[in-house]
Ligand binder design. Sequence first.
Ligand code: 6R9
Length: 668
Amino acid sequence: MPAPDKVTNITSLQTENRVFKPSKEFSSRAHVKSLAHYRKLYNESIKSPDKFWGKQAREELVWFKPWKKVLQWKAPFAKWFVGGQLNVSYNCLDRHLNTPTANKAALIWEGEPAGAGIPGEERTLTYKQLHHEVCKFANVLKRNGLKKGDRVIIYMPMVPEAAIAMLACTRIGVIHSVVFGGFSAQSVADRIFDCQARLVITTDGGYRRGAVVPLKKNVDEALTIKDAQGNSLTKTIEKVIVHRRANNDVRIEEGRDVWWHREMEQVDANCPAEKMDSEAPLFILYTSGSTGKPKGILHTTGGYLLGAKLTTKYIFDLQETDVYWCTADIGWVTGHSYVVYGPLANGATSFMYEGAPNHPEPDRFWRLIAKYGITVLYTAPTAIRAFMKWGVEWPRKHDLTSLRLLGSVGEPINPEAWIWYHEVVGGKRCPIVDTWWQTETGSIMISPLPGATPTKPGTATLPFFGIVPEIVDDQGKTLPKNSGGKLVIRKPWPSMLRGIWGDMQRYKDTYWSEVPGSYFTGDGCRTDKDGYFWIVGRIDDVLNVAGHRIGTAEVESALVSNQKVAEAAVVGRPDDLKGQALVAFVTVKTGVVADQNLRDELRNHVGKEIGPVAKPDDIRFAEALPKTRSGKIMRRLLKQIASGAEIKGDTTTLEDLTVLTKLGSSEE
Ligand code: 6R9
């Protein structure tokens, strides 16, 4: 649990006071046209939540069976639209089929740019075509023995088949758990074990910067991994479905592995959508917490879909002609809610790309925006800071005038990046929505509405309809405007997580015991005189590295799993590009030479255990770690050392002061 000093230390007293009002032109065409209009709708949503959410669910979603009760709340367990039945893939696809949307592009995809051996593909799938593919693939899943409630791992690059696989699961009530393609075999095995998955959907390989990431090979390796007692972690896996993408050599194990395209030849496209209870589990998505084991965040059907659909519609102010691009990978929650479910439930055109933002050159994004006439761009501050570094000449080469709205997500956006985004990318004409939310919240919680809310660089501004965020002190008491503290959510909301898969106690402990009766976000935050929320960042032992959540404990346990390491402590330090960088303090076992080779070895080891995103930026060897007399590692001190700051504060409980002097530099 966060130490009190972390909360009172929130000194990021923002001096930013530039205000950007939505233009008349934008507002006049927006769904919500003024701050007064937003406040009216917000107040109604808070005053009579059942009435508000009931109306939204009726108007926005197609139900097979109406619900009996909007919300059943026995803290911390919520059930939304109790007794109602619907289907997510039906709401994303079938409902559009008898409308003009049927022939509209649902997904536009561009693969890794052409290069040595890479074809450079583009594909468009209309709603009708996507429906066809999803129905067929759902039949493939059935053919391979899956039924309602089974768990499936999706481990794929950014190809349309990833979205097809997700939607096919929802069509027949199979629970998907997407694992980011940048994660390691070990991570895949851990997640298979945790959710007891029966099947893996993967590709032979994915492309990244001209190279092939061998996903199938990682799956093969995952399926051999054993726990410390020698038991297989993955014995529940019966089948692996392999989509052919990169044509790299793969091993096909007879009886276990099947090719996607061969299977698709065996089925027809007739697959009625399963009637799912509103509270039926929809997906599990693993995310880092403050212990070593990632948490399987559970989302369910009706509430999640309503949250994803409504926020996409209002926050991105979707219009019929938008070509909407959320740059997140489907391995993260942003890819779930804002590449796949939110846009498709709205009948919008969602653009998807494979590869990196700077391959073959740093203008990949701008080239794509100009080529496809992208109107709404939703990306992360870490990407924006990288673009700033690469220089204005890259965006200036391209016509970006199709853009009308910009979004930001994943971490606080610093005002310099905000202004650059506004001026260079948005040509000063596009509003920016800085959207705060989490894997756990399912959909955006705090954000401007682009036609209504005056924005200030660096703040996510005001809550979305029905959301009651508050800033509290260490006793859980609500603080007035203009103060800093812990960010909590006071009332349940439809797309909230329903638990941690297989560990309801951890769900209660992590989210509901810090401030009893309220959802604890793990973030520190302050409000200004206008009641705008300024997120300061995590106050638990979770770091935000380039928009990815990484638990320090996870990296520590990866490090100590290396034979040569005795002890490790991982902390964050500020980083211009990534927001935070990972610094590992490591003590080695007797006789081990702590040198640059070992540093490389340990970085690769963490890459293998978790994935490249978790590789420490800096590894410092130490003879000992600073500890209190009761044996706790003094992270506060390590953080100061890592960021090059002077050692401040009380070190009287430090066991051996001399270790401090030896931790200063990463060079031997
Ligand atoms: C959607 C997503 C959640 C954590 C969250 C917070 C940080 C996300 C933010 C933001 C400031 C924003 N975060 N959006 N901080 N401003 N607009 O990123 O989910 O990967 O679970 O991360 O990210 O610290 O608690 P997830």
